[in-house]
Design a protein around this ligand. Structure first.
Ligand code: GTP
Ligand code: MG
Length: 431
């Protein structure tokens, strides 16, 4: 049974003119609504119904209609998908009709939220639905579909089960006095604990690679004024996203551009660079540069001359010298990546270098990629790691229970309100 009393509707396809648009409705009033707008006495569930929709005697559109009777639907409630023509007036008329009939426009992600709270999908699947919709590159899609397919749920179930079994074995020892503890059983428990730790560690190690896939790889472009930073971001983005002039200090704010390189999402940030500021605007710009430089996966440092030593404090860097086309006799400085944002020379080689520096070959991606999952697994690992098996068995059991509670959090709905806001922040209306 659904936990909701109201019936919602939303356009599930993007706003704008298109061949077909899908309007989704879900809730107790779905069937009554369909009766009113179709005048049909019988709508066959799970079949394509082709019909005209009308309201108050007015013909609105010819549509195909899918009706799913709850609980056998995505949300667990009565649900319908109206595939109407994707004209702006059609969408607006159907929306208005549904409002007139007492339906409410859904909040972002509300269909999925209902599916979760009506126990049709688990928390991890909810997150992967958001990830698959938001996936912009092939690698992000691959990662999201693995989790939608249940790979992460399988992993966490396996870990939870192993921790539970070990906990049961520990609890079985509670009745023994500390002196009479069966040493062989305690040793087995310790051994098993080590195995669980190893499995979690292995997955967390791989996650170092998966998280940047999900979140995108951040590349900061820094360096002195007029070194060609903005020209470079414009060149690789194939459009003028950042202002270029010969006046030093043209760029003040962060300008970002995302580029798909072999299925990976790379986001480049053009910056004001690192230098002394002359006014408040520049000061803010330089603070932003410092932040992005410290939090990026790689820094491209555009050099004016040989001021390499100025950037000793910057980690993960590639030195670049631009304007190769106008440098004296096209002088190539072997220590740097020589490029030109006018002719494009050297840019491909720089991009390959960036890719190879970040994407390590033959790395298996982890199924852990969300910060929430990684942080829960890290906390579980720390708890398991810190257990002292020479102490009193009651204390060991207590700490083991803590570890189990932690690892269960990945797919448990307690404290749901706290995490729902975080998860549904990324959803669009209609999903
Ligand atoms: N010939 C040539 N000129 C370039 C190249 N890259 C940049 N320039 C020129 O150098 C000047 C500065 O370029 P920008 O891209 O604005 O440099 P910037 O590093 O972003 O400068 P700030 O925003 O002031 O920090 C402009 O006049 C550009 O046209 C290049 O590869 N070749
Ligand atoms: Mg600039």
């Amino acid at each position: 049974m659904s936990k909701y009393n109201d019936t919602i509707y939303a356009l599930s396809t993007p706003v704008g003119k298109s061949a077909i648009a899908v309007i989704r409705i879900s809730g107790k009033k779905v069937f009554k609504t369909l009766e009113k707008i179709t005048k049909l006495k019988k709508i066959i569930p799970n079949k394509t119904n082709i019909l005209f929709i009308k309201h108050k005697g007015l013909l609105i559109d010819q549509v195909t209609l899918h009706y799913y009777k709850g609980p056998k639907s995505f949300t667990g409630e009565d649900t319908a998908e109206i595939n109407c023509h994707g004209g702006i007036a059609v969408i607006s008329k159907i929306s208005k009709t549904l409002e007139d009939l007492g339906l409410r426009l859904a909040d972002p992600g509300e269909f999925t939220k209902r599916a979760l709270l009506n126990d049709k999908i688990d928390l991890v699947k909810t997150e992967s639905i958001s990830d698959i919709i938001n996936a912009e590159t092939e690698k992000q899609r691959e990662l999201a579909i693995k989790n939608l397919n249940g790979d992460l749920t399988k992993f966490t179930k396996k870990i939870n089960e192993k921790i539970s079994i070990n906990l049961a074995n520990i609890e079985a020892l509670i009745d023994f006095s500390d002196e009479d503890l069966p040493v062989n059983i305690l040793n087995k428990i310790k051994e098993q604990n080590k195995n669980i730790i190893k499995e979690i560690k292995y997955e967390l190690k791989k996650a170092e690679f998966s998280k940047p896939i999900r979140d995108g790889i951040k590349i900061a472009i820094i360096g002195k004024p007029n070194t060609g930073k903005s020209s470079f971001i414009n060149f690789i983005s194939k459009k003028d996203i950042s202002i270029v002039t010969d006046i030093p200090g043209t760029t003040t704010d962060l300008i970002s551009s995302s580029i798909d390189i072999k299925g990976f999402k790379f986001t480049f940030y053009d910056t004001a660079g690192l230098r002394k500021h002359k006014n408040k605007i520049e000061e803010i710009g330089i603070t932003k540069t410092k932040n992005i430089s410290e939090n990026s996966d790689l820094n491209l440092i555009f050099l004016e001359k040989n001021e390499k030593s100025k950037y000793k404090q910057v980690n993960n860097k590639i030195f670049v010298r631009s304007k190769y086309d106008i440098r004296r006799k096209n002088r190539k400085l072997p220590k740097y990546q020589n490029i030109s944002s006018v002719t494009g020379s050297g840019v491909d080689s720089l991009m390959t270098n960036i890719f190879n520096k970040i994407i390590k070959k033959n790395k298996n991606e982890s199924i852990l990629s969300r910060e929430r999952h990684i942080s829960i697994m890290k906390k579980t690992l720390n708890t398991l790691n810190s257990i002292d098996f020479n102490t009193n068995i009651d204390i060991i059991a207590y700490e083991y229970r803590l570890a189990l509670d932690l690892s269960l959090e990945i797919n448990q709905k307690f404290d749901i309100e706290k995490i729902l806001d975080i998860i549904f922040r990324d959803f669009c209306i209609g999903k």
